[in-house]
Design a protein around this ligand. Structure first.
Ligand code: IPM
Ligand code: MG
Length: 354
């Protein structure tokens, strides 16, 4: 097959980890006779430095015209001034909105060989295999009004948690569809005891649950979910939730897997190009050292093969190769080892070729 893939390496360790995922995609293309046309663009802090904005209209248009987008990470101390008008994260949020990718899929599995890399007790981690579906283009990140005003010598700052019924419906329906390929259990996470938007979320979700009795649905308050995620993580199958609740819960869930560096994500919408990125950030403290774990990005590329390019066998092959590398003891520093970013990717590539 032919596919246009836009690569946005971004900032910090972003360029280092995307370079390795590209090598994996090239290997997949060679092996399967596919043609992936890759083009790299600036997005994030690097784009602010060059163009004064985190996401130019040209780069957004290139992403919209692609089959899929692979992203490294954005941000860093250089652009962290809270008074700044332009911020790297605006590029990421603009891209998510501009691509209409309303569902962010964050699978969390505990590799048996990495049980000791997690601070949690091993018996808690047995059988952990969950999929968090984070609503990505609404909620607290995008609600209006948003901003500041000065009045009577005081500053007032506002963010709004806003949802339309159809925004809840499309992401929860996707959660039910994906649950059918898994253990058929959906946990909808909200704060319905306090928030009106959560009461709407719960109503819409309950109606979908009633129409789909083959999937078990339960509702959980977000504070309880935060506690259960570490107390009984294996009890979850599919979790679906509001944008910021999902942001927070997936950082928490990454601890189960032993390292943030392991976890991929896929952001998908209603059939346009998907956006694929590791869940970790730009890690400025280790940027440029060649020691970041590339597996989160390589596994994100695997999700791209599956969800945007329809190459399920190739996706599974990449996942098996990454799995086998870890089983055989390949470890970057975040996992307690000494392998470089490049050497870790080599371990995956070698197994992919055999
Ligand atoms: C994530 C990140 C982003 C988010 C930041 C960088 C804006 O934390 O993808 O989880 O909050 O969505
Ligand atoms: Mg986050």
């Amino acid at each position: 097959m032919r596919a246009k893939i836009v690569v946005l390496p971004g900032d910090g360790i972003g360029p280092e980890v995307t370079a390795e995922a590209i090598r994996v995609l090239e290997a997949v293309a060679r092996k399967g006779g596919h043609v992936f046309e890759l083009s790299e663009h600036l997005m994030g802090g690097c784009s602010i430095d060059r163009h004064g904005t985190a996401l130019t209209p040209e780069v957004l248009a290139a992403c919209q015209a692609s089959s899929a987008v692979l992203l490294g990470a954005v941000g860093g101390p250089k652009w962290d001034d809270p008074a700044a008008k332009v911020r790297p994260e605006q590029g990421l949020l603009g891209l998510r909105k501009g691509l209409g990718v309303f569902a962010n899929l964050r699978p969390v599995r505990v590799h048996p060989a990495l049980v000791d890399a997690s601070p949690l007790k091993a018996d808690r981690l047995a059988g952990v295999d969950l999929l968090v579906i984070r609503e990505l283009t609404g909620g607290l990140y995008f609600g209006q009004p948003k901003g500041r005003e000065e009045k009577d010598g005081h500053v007032r700052a506002v963010d709004t948690l806003e949802y339309h019924d159809y925004e809840v419906q499309r992401v929860v329906e996707l959660a039910f569809r994906l649950a059918r390929g898994r253990r058929r259990k959906v946990t909808s996470v909200d704060k319905a005891n306090v928030l009106e938007s959560s009461r709407l979320w719960r109503q819409v979700t309950s109606a979908i649950g009633a129409a789909n009795p083959d999937v078990a649905l339960d509702h959980m308050l977000v504070d309880t979910a935060a506690m259960r995620l570490v107390a009984a993580p294996a009890s979850f199958d599919v979790v679906v939730t509001e944008n910021m609740f999902g942001d927070i819960l997936t950082d928490e869930a990454s601890v189960l897997a032993g390292s943030m560096g392991m976890l991929p994500s896929a952001s998908i919408g209603a059939g346009g190009p998907g956006l694929y990125e590791p869940i970790h950030g730009s890690a400025p403290d280790i940027a440029g050292k060649g020691i970041a774990n590339p597996l989160g990005t390589i596994l994100s590329a695997a999700m791209m093969l599956r969800h945007s390019l329809g190459l399920e066998a190739e996706a599974a092959a990449v996942e098996r190769a990454a799995d086998a590398a870890v089983t055989d003891g390949a470890r970057t520093r975040d996992l307690g080892g000494t392998l470089s970013t490049r050497a870790m990717a080599d371990e995956v590539l070698r197994r992919l070729a055999s």
